[in-house]
Design a protein around this ligand. Sequence first.
Ligand code: CA
Length: 227
Amino acid sequence: MSAKILLVEDEEKLARFVELELGYEGYEVSKAFDGVTGGEMAASGGYDLILLDVMLPGRSGVEVLRRVRKVSSVPVIMLTARDAVTDKVSGLDLGADDYVTKPFAIEELLARIRAALRKARTQDTRCGETLTARGVSLDARGRFVAVNGAPVELTKREFDLLHYLLKNKGIVVTREALLENVWGYDFDGGTNAVDVYIRFLRGKIDETFGIKLIRTVRGVGYAIDDA
Ligand code: CA
């Protein structure tokens, strides 16, 4: 199956050239010429990789990346202007997988794409593993939770919250970190939301099954313990 690539690039000539070359390599390419459209397409999912220009009209590539990372771990390669060190650093900080400096040789871009897709495939197999603690198991890809084999129905938010706590098993996670990673940067409902959803989770898991899964760390946050 050919990989689907989203190309967000406002220089239309360059975009067409890259599209053509990727097409020769057997990739399926969709294009967006501005950050707003690109961001929406990226967030809707269904792509195996995103090529993201940094300097875009509407919304910068860095801003698009920030939004994409809230909902997806799809590999992203940033296309940056020569010597734009800040772009590279903020891109990588925000979770870009790689960057290519313009002007680039198409062979270099193709090599980076192959490497990023390969890396994503290896990680996929790892993410496919089930996370467990105290009889609770969470299958991230199937979005399925069970306690001692009995399925538990969770809302999307409850699932994401439990997923984040399980991924950080053995670590105390602050309310702020939970808000940022589960709710997103632009949520302004306050850290109370975290406590409310922890209560929901405890109702459905701890209380229903009589286990102690989520530990409160007063004044700090919550933890799921390792043992
Ligand atoms: Ca540009």
